[in-house]
Design a protein around this ligand. Sequence first.
Ligand SMILES: C[S@@+](CC[C@H](N)C(=O)[O-])C[C@H]1O[C@@H](n2cnc3c(N)ncnc32)[C@H](O)[C@@H]1O
Length: 262
Amino acid sequence: MTVNPKIPPNQLNDFIKKLELQALETAEERIPLYLKIGLKDAELILDIGCGSGMVTRDIAHLTKGKIIAIDGSEEMIKVAKKVLKMYKNVELRVGEAEDLTFEDNMFDIVTCNLLLMWAEDPQKVVNEMARVTKPGGTVLASLEPDYGGKLHYPEHQKVDPIFAGEAIRARGGDPHIGRKLRLLFVRAGLETIVGIGNTRIWSCKEDRAYYFHARDFYVKALNEAGLSQNDIDKWEYDYLRSLDEGVQLNFFPQFYAIGKKP
Ligand SMILES: C[S@@+](CC[C@H](N)C(=O)[O-])C[C@H]1O[C@@H](n2cnc3c(N)ncnc32)[C@H](O)[C@@H]1O
């Protein structure tokens, strides 16, 4: 595979920008997980679906070990090579999550962040993650959302269903991957715990800042879902007003799973 079919080439730069912002905004959820699973002392780590490498960079900061990071998209690996050029302990390769080219029982830790939602066969991916992990080693899937648990106020009849999963499904993702993590990990033979990483609800100020970084994405999703420009403008006006008034509330759960290989 040379290009991730889910990212049209004309949207690659926007996508990279979004990943960078996401990595920054979610560091406080991910970093405790990395520490909890013993990343610091791990010798060999595999990061799957590394994208532009922003999250791999966090991993590289927290370990003395070597990291191999793979992504199915050559374009993303090119970007990741630039982002991670200072990190001598990171090796980047193009590779398919469903068909890892590593031997059994190789890695101390195998991670993925926001990958399973987009994987064509998430069970195959988790099975592969478990296969290449050493006995006693750990598999971590972080930041796998479940849009079915999205809560939002003020409510909007037309827009809410789009952001509650339709937009993700239309782009080939599984908006309900979060609730399936336990199933995927248990079926892969892992001793599993699951949790929700993001218990904090952002302030309106934080939501506002995020909205303006990601505005193009939101507007594009609404356009693609067939909303008229008039509807989009009206929704945006109401949305921003609720943020200015400080009454807007937005939460959606992002699950993680930690699996020990027996
Ligand atoms: C949403 S991005 C997340 C990137 C990175 N983990 C992060 O959190 O910033 C998902 C990445 O997974 C890659 N991907 C999707 N399906 C894949 C597969 N089957 N094998 C390898 N990579 C895949 C995509 O190319 C994309 O870069």
